[in-house]
Design a protein around this ligand. Structure first.
Ligand code: ATP
Length: 332
């Protein structure tokens, strides 16, 4: 059965990495009918809103999207498209598996961790105001409902995927009420999962341990802002942002996207690594219950990297388009 999936190419390197992924998935005969929705700069120019209603309607219909990065101008203007999408569909869980890939040099070996980031609240609530000129207040919202929901997701994920431990990361020694509530909810939920070990670490200490012994972590559970920061840190452990996929999951929709942003410094130069978006697409194929297609694409990708075909971010000289062709050649 062919599945309809919304495609958002995005800004910056988004169109390049999206085209590479589409070429590979087409060559792998994935039964997907793509419905493109225009989001980002092009939508802003055309419709005055980088996230127009037509795009939201498209996702509401297909319930699954593959999305390239969409930029967020710093400081002014529109609220982040990424945050709006997560809030519009209550995509409360952001899942980011971080693993060493054979053939890719990195400081560490044996890294195999999964970041579960709460995706709807904390400092991303967008509640900021000027109290008096020169004084700004930004509100960090933590609720029992969202903290319990994400903790349960992390333990369910651990159980379903043969993981042994969930570590909650927080700053409850300083933010006693907000991070304290997050941690309390985690501990309460952990009681329902005696088969999965549960522990917690303060975020600063966790960062040090991540860069010294990353292989000691399994599933990491973080509120929104810590999840954002620690995801990039974790990407650096295995070779960079070109390698880390992501899934934004809710009860009614799922949006698959790489951890990286629009990378304006290399946009339009055929240099971007499409691996992170391709890995996100592989997560999507599993979500769509197409495991054989997912395995086939993943094996071709891993073979390509193992055989030394790499984009410049990984020390290679292969362009985005040429990399896609190399993966296609290994699909057979
Ligand atoms: P944005 O504002 O959209 O987040 P950014 O440049 O601040 O953009 P990223 O896009 O995440 O943040 O890029 C950070 C760095 O990582 C840049 O130097 C970029 O070139 C590099 N990078 C990110 N993604 C890739 C990729 N897919 N392939 C190669 N390099 C990448």
């Amino acid at each position: 059965m062919t599945r309809a999936v919304t495609l958002i190419r995005g800004d910056g390197i988004g169109p390049e990495v999206s085209d590479a992924v589409l070429e590979i998935l087409a060559a792998a005969d994935v039964p997907i009918a793509w419905e493109e929705a225009v989001v980002g700069q092009a939508a802003e120019k055309r419709e005055g809103d980088p996230l127009p209603a037509s795009a939201l309607d498209a996702i509401r219909r297909t319930r699954v999207a593959l999305k390239g990065p969409v930029g967020t101008p710093i400081g002014k203007g529109f609220q982040s498209v990424n945050v709006r999408l997560r809030q519009a569909f209550t995509l409360y869980a952001n899942l980011r598996p971080v693993r060493n890939v054979e053939g890719v040099a990195s400081r560490f070996q044996g890294v195999d961790l999964v970041i579960v980031r709460e995706n709807t609240e904390s400092l991303y609530s967008g509640l900021e105001h000027t109290v008096v000129p020169g004084v700004v207040e930004s509100l960090k919202i933590i609720t029992e409902v969202a903290s319990t929901r994400i903790a349960r997701y992390a333990f369910e994920y651990a159980r379903a995927n043969g993981r042994r431990r969930v570590t909650a990361i927080h700053k409850a020694n300083i933010m006693k009420l907000s991070d304290g509530l997050f941690l309390d909810c985690f501990r309460r939920v952990a009681e329902d999962y005696p088969d999965i070990a549960a522990d917690d670490r303060i975020v600063d200490a966790a960062c040090m341990r991540l860069v010294m012994n990353p292989e000691s972590f399994d599933v990491l559970l973080l509120e929104n802002l810590y999840g954002d920061i620690v995801s990039d840190l974790a990407a650096g452990l295995v070779g960079g942002l070109g390698l880390v996929p992501g899934a934004n999951l809710g009860n009614d929709a799922a949006i698959f996207e790489a951890v990286h942003g629009t990378a304006p410094d290399i946009a339009g130069q055929n240099k971007a690594n499409p691996t992170a978006l391709l890995m996100s697409a592989i997560l999507m194929l599993r979500h769509l219950d197409l495991p054989a297609h997912a395995d086939r694409v993943e094996q071709a990708l891993f073979r390509t990297l193992r055989e030394g075909v790499k984009t410049p971010d990984l020390g290679g000289a292969t362009g985005t388009r040429e990399f896609a062709k190399e993966v296609v050649a290994r699909l057979a």
